[in-house]
Structure formats: structure tokens, C-alpha cells
Design a protein around this ligand. Structure first.
Ligand code: GCU
Length: 649
């Protein structure tokens, strides 16, 4: 029996699945063939659309055929239209589900003219969201670490939510943009969360049950020290037989509770989390032990490559945090088990506004890789600023993809929570949607995805609304970059919470994130010739391109080089003038966007309009703060006045 389509409680925003998005299915005769749980989901969806807009599920003379011919796990489907009949065919329920949502996305166009039969299949098999959700509210990080959208969708009052209707609705939104896996707890695994693996696995099973009808597998973050903290062992040494047995037993019980469990996510030897280094073992030893426990059931371990020294001495100029992931993991290429996936942050540092693409991603040809993005806007405005990340992600995904993609999976840290708009800032929904669609097709044009999101979220939007949305979102990442992070400098943020400017906030800290500004210049020399050698971690041509300030692209200049303020960029401006200009421009762009938004008040639902308008006030206040602090700081360091005589404090 199929479950009904999830119902949102009063006040919860339907995001990209408003009822209107299903209108084109209305009034149609729909034939559904096949069986299995995901076919049941499609059935429920089609029945709901018919109930709402007319039309019927029929057994002959259909206008839309949704057919699953078998019960395999393939996510592919074919879609075509001939003689007034649209047909979606898949070899199992998963493919049919994605085919169904493809028809929803096409809307009326799915039922017009002729359409050549075409196969659609995701480029990446795993398209996953990591939730940094804590079960218990953490004294410093709160319930969702780096969460800007209220509490957790999964956990409330110290346990899994009793009412999982919202989780079902979340699963439905994710399926509609192509996401098929979710890790339900924070990679920093605290005491209560550690037990999800053992005596609290039933709660995870409940969540998995709510996500399953929409084709989403559930994964769990576990602590490497679990055999000690949960199993009473004296060691967590990955080569110890007792430890291996403990993991095998624990994993068997997980699969009794959740037969289609996806696997474990592990942050080891990173920012204080336990790991194999304590036993003199390698990260391959650690990952492979968990891979062995998961293998009999088809599970995967996602082993994070975010391993670096977070207790660095700022006086030590030889250590470079950007080098760490590559230095740790490249020597291990080829040693990881087939079901161990190395999960690599897209940049070498930590989700900054602008970073080069991590050189590790193209250096692990014998290891399964997942690239990790951050949808939650930790360093990109914390969902108070509009910052659509589609263009940034697209650049990352296209980098080095000439000979095929150098990775198999895509992961993002989720930006969703129990906020009525899901993402705090209503326009941040576009990031979640874009992530799913790029994970399905990494070479897709992000602008096209944005248009798709606008079309679904604001069905029937007048041209002025669609244009307005496009104009405030499209360039918003570059705008954010302009008033925060010039030329690849990162981390000029307030320590701890990472919101708002503090140019020297991390300059004398142990975190390894420095800009080295002095009276003469700014930036980090990461060249081979005179710097940390990080540029040498790239393959050709990038190693050479990044090596010299002459060939290094402007937007990454200060990431790779320490240059004088008077250094002339490819743009023709000096570095210092670029800093001033972009900070003034960035604020002006926010002022313009805020006006555009104000002009849309009559065509956007009042709650949504008000929420965005309120956030624009904060964005503008904050952008001015950024402009004035950064400009004043660099004026005071350099003594060079603004060439255009604007106010600098
Ligand atoms: C960042 C973030 C942390 C997080 C870490 C990670 O450093 O600030 O909150 O735990 O990334 O990715 O593990």
C-alpha cells in the first residue's frame, strides 16, 4: 500500500514543490505500470496530482505512461513523446521516481509536440547531504553545527522526532532535485550521538523509514573510538582483532535494523576527533577496517580527507594547512578498499568564499572519491546574505574534468533545518536545489538550473518576478566575494562563529589560516620557488599557472602569492585599488539587489517577501561593515589612499 504524499503543516513553505508545480499533470489520463515500493510512491504522487487538478489513473488510452519494467536499482529512465502520448520508462522504481519528477519539471512542455526518446541517467551514483545535526543541543555549536535554518529536521528534544511527516516532506524535496543519500548526524560525534550506532539505532531506523519511499539511503556519522566509548574495549586500533570483531558485530546489528543502510561517515584525526594515528596506523588502515565491516551488506564508508594540524604555531611559516590533505592522502592512493570513499573538501582550506580546487581531487586515480561542498553558508553569509553558490560549484566540478570526472560522488553539508522556509533565507533554497541538480549532471549550466528552480518555486511567475529573482541571485556569490574576500584571501572573519569581518581574527591563531598582511603587501607565498610549495601539488598546466604571480588568475592571486600593494593585476588595477573598488562595488550591488527585491513586494507571498526583505537589511548593514573594516585596515597598513577619494575610515 502506498503512503500518501506528505502533508506540510500550516506555515511550512513548499519550496520547489508547490501544488501548482503539478498543474500540468492535471486533467491527464495517467497509466502506471510496475510494482515495488518506489512505484507506489509514484502512484501516490500521480494520484495526488489528479485529485488536485482533475485527471485520472487509467488502464487504457493514457496521455502519460509511467512504466517500471523490473525491480533493479538503476536510477536511469527514458522519456519520449509520440502521437499525443508521453512515456517514461525505467527498469525499476528508482528510475521511475526520477522520471516522474522530470515530467514535473518540464510542466506543460512534457505534453506538447513530439519528443525523441532519450535516456537520462545521473553522472554520479551517490548524491548525498551531510547533516551536521546533533541529537542533543551542544553547548557551543547548538543543535545544528553551522546551521542557519533553525533546529534539526531529524532530532528534537534529545531524540528522533516522533512525527516524521516533515522528514518525509524533506525526502520528497530531495528526490525532486535528485539527491539520494543523507547522513543524519554531525561528523563531530559527541557522546549522545555516538550511541546512534548501537542502542539508539532504532531512532535512525525510523528516520530511514521516512526517507526510503523517496529513494534516499540513510548514512550515519560514527566515532572512530566507538569500540572504546560504546564497546568498553581498551583500544580502537584498526588492526586489533577484537576491535574488528566489535565493528563487525555492531554493523551486523545496524543492518538488522536498516537493511538498506548506506554506511558510515568518519571524521578522524581532525580537529580533535579520534583516529588511527593514535595507534601508529594509516588512514587507509582505519577506513579499510570499517569498509570490511560494511562490505558484506553493500555499505560504504565515507572517510573524510579534512585532516590537518589545527594546533599550528602562527610563527611557523613552513607549515601550510593548504598542503595537508594532499600530503596525508596521496601516499595512500591505491590502498583504500573499493567500498571506502575518500571525501575531499572542494578546496584545500575550508569552504572559503574563493579557493582553488583541491589538488587532491585529481591526484587519487586509484581511490574512490567524493567531493564535499558546503551548502550551509558558514563562510558565505550564514543564510542572512543572498549567496547563490551555483557558479562556484560549477567551476569546481568542471575543473580538470577534461578526461572525465575525477570523482564518483558528490556530497554537500546541508543548509536545511526545521525553519518554515527550510533554509532560513528563503532564497537559500536555490542552493539546495542547485546542489541536487549539479550532482545529477555536474556539467549542467548553473544558470539553467536557477531558471528551473525559479519556474518550480514560483509557478506562473510574471516575467518581472523571474527577472528580478535571476538578477538578485545570479551574481550574488561574486558580490559576496567583492565585499568580503579579495583575490583569494580567506578567513578574515570573526573567530568561532565566522560571521562578519575581523581581518586579523585568525592571524595569530593556531588554525593555520593567515593572510600575512604587512605595510608592504599581502598574501601567502605558496609557490615552489620561494613559498610553501603548495602550487607544486597540482598537475600541469596548473602547477605552472599558479606558480608565478604573472600567470596566476587574479581571483586567486593572494591565495598563491604575497605581493606588494602596488602589484598590477591582469585587470589593470593595483591590488590595493582592487581591494577598495570591489568593497565599494560590493555594497552598491547589495543596495541594488535590495531595491529589486523591494519592487517585487506585490508579486511574492507576503511572508516570503518579508523574510527576504528583513535579511536584506542585515546583509546591507553587514556588507557596509565589511567594506569599512577591510578598506580601513588596508589603508592603515599600506598608507595608500583610494585613487577615487572615497571615504575610508
Ligand atoms: C569547519 C567547520 C567545523 C566543521 C569542520 C568539518 O572547520 O567550522 O564546524 O566541524 O569544518 O568540516 O569537519
Amino acid at each position: 500500500m502506498s503512503l500518501p504524499v506528505p502533508v506540510l503543516s500550516e506555515g511550512v513553505d513548499p519550496a520547489w514543490l508547490p501544488e501548482e508545480a503539478f498543474r500540468a499533470l492535471g486533467g491527464r489520463r495517467i497509466l502506471i505500470r510496475g510494482s515495488g515500493p518506489l512505484v507506489e510512491t509514484v502512484h501516490a504522487e500521480a494520484a495526488e496530482a489528479c485529485a488536485r487538478f482533475g485527471g485520472a489513473l487509467v488502464s487504457k488510452d493514457p496521455e502519460l505512461v509511467l512504466e517500471s519494467t523490473g525491480d533493479d536499482e538503476s536510477e536511469a529512465f527514458t522519456l519520449g513523446r509520440r502521437d499525443g502520448r508521453t512515456t517514461v520508462t525505467a527498469s525499476g522504481g528508482r528510475g521511475l521516481l526520477y522520471g516522474f519528477f522530470h515530467v514535473v519539471r518540464l510542466g506543460a512542455a512534457a505534453f506538447e509536440g513530439e519528443r525523441q526518446l532519450r535516456e537520462h541517467r545521473p553522472a554520479l551514483a551517490v548524491r548525498m547531504l551531510d547533516h551536521w545535526d546533533n541529537v542533543a543541543v551542544h553547548p557551543v555549536m547548538g543543535q545544528v553545527e553551522r546551521g542557519y535554518a533553525g533546529g534539526s529536521l531529524f532530532w528534537a528534544d534529545g531524540r528522533a522526532r516522533g512525527d516524521l511527516e516533515r522528514v518525509r516532506a524533506y525526502g520528497r524535496l530531495l528526490a525532486a532535485c535528485g539527491i539520494n543519500a543523507v547522513a543524519v548526524n554531525n561528523v563531530n560525534v559527541h557522546a549522545a550521538e555516538a550511541r546512534l550506532l548501537t542502542d539508539r539505532i532504532g531512532e535512525v531506523a525510523d528516520i530511514a523509514g521516512a526517507l526510503r519511499p523517496y529513494g534516499i539511503r540513510t548514512h550515519l556519522s560514527v566515532t572512530f573510538a566507538a569500540p572504546m566509548v560504546l564497546g568498553g574495549r581498551e583500544t580502537a586500533d584498526p588492526l586489533d582483532d577484537g576491535v574488528r570483531e566489535w565493528w563487525a558485530g555492531a554493523t551486523a546489528r545496524v543492518y538488522e535494523a536498516i537493511p538498506d543502510f548506506g554506511g558510515y561517515v568518519v571524521k578522524a584525526d581532525s580537529e580533535g576527533q579520534p583516529g588511527p594515528f593514535a595507534y601508529g596506523r594509516s588512514h587507509a588502515d582505519g577506513a579499510n577496517m570499517l569498509a570490511a565491516a560494511l562490505r558484506p551488506y553493500g555499505g560504504t564508508v565515507h572517510w573524510r580527507a579534512f585532516v590537518y594540524d589545527h594546533r599550528q604555531d602562527w610563527r611557523d611559516r613552513a607549515t601550510d594547512r593548504a598542503r595537508a590533505a594532499y600530503d596525508h592522502f596521496v601516499p595512500l592512493d591505491g590502498e583504500f578498499a573499493a567500498n571506502a570513499v575518500l571525501q575531499v573538501k572542494h578546496g584545500p582550506m575550508d569552504f572559503q568564499v574563493r579557493e582553488p580546487v583541491s589538488p587532491l581531487i585529481s591526484a587519487m586515480s586509484h581511490t574512490a572519491l567524493a567531493v564535499e561542498l558546503q551548502a550551509t553558508q558558514e563562510y558565505t553569509g550564514q543564510q542572512r546574505h543572498v549567496c547563490w553558490l551555483g557558479p562556484m560549484w560549477s567551476e569546481v566540478l568542471r575543473f580538470g574534468a577534461r578526461d572525465g570526472l575525477p570523482f564518483e560522488e558528490l556530497v554537500a553539508v546541508s543548509n536545511a533545518g526545521d525553519d518554515p522556509f527550510w533554509t532560513g533565507h528563503p532564497l537559500a533554497q536555490a542552493n539546495l536545489y542547485t546542489f541536487g541538480r549539479l550532482a545529477w549532471r555536474p556539467d549542467a549550466d548553473p544558470g539553467g538550473i536557477l531558471d528551473e528552480w525559479i519556474g518550480l518555486t514560483f509557478p506562473g511567475a510574471p516575467g518581472r518576478l523571474a527577472d528580478g529573482l535571476r538578477s538578485v541571485l545570479d551574481g550574488s556569490w561574486r558580490t559576496y566575494e567583492k565585499y568580503t574576500a579579495p583575490l583569494g584571501v580567506g578567513f578574515m572573519v570573526q573567530p568561532g562563529h565566522h560571521y562578519g569581518p575581523s581581518v586579523d581574527g585568525y592571524e595569530y591563531s593556531p588554525w593555520g589560516t593567515y593572510h600575512f598582511a604587512d605595510r608592504d603587501g599581502v598574501g601567502v607565498d605558496r609557490s615552489r620557488a620561494t613559498g610553501t610549495g603548495y602550487a607544486g601539488q597540482y598537475a600541469k598546466p596548473w602547477a605552472e599557472v599558479y606558480e608565478s604571480p604573472e600567470s596566476c588568475p587574479d581571483e586567486l592571486l593572494l591565495f598563491f602569492h604575497h605581493v606588494p600593494y602596488g602589484h598590477v593585476l591582469k585587470s589593470g588595477r593595483t591590488v590595493i585599488q582592487h581591494i577598495y573598488d570591489t568593497h565599494f562595488e560590493g555594497v552598491e550591488e547589495v543596495e541594488r539587489a535590495r531595491k529589486v527585491w523591494a519592487s517585487l513586494a506585490d508579486v511574492v507571498a507576503p511572508e516570503r517577501h518579508a523574510r527576504v526583505a528583513e535579511r536584506y537589511e542585515e546583509q546591507l548593514r553587514s556588507a557596509r561593515e565589511w567594506r569599512d573594516q577591510i578598506n580601513s585596515y588596508f589603508f592603515r597598513k599600506s598608507g595608500v589612499p583610494d585613487g577615487r577619494g572615497r571615504t575610508i575610515y
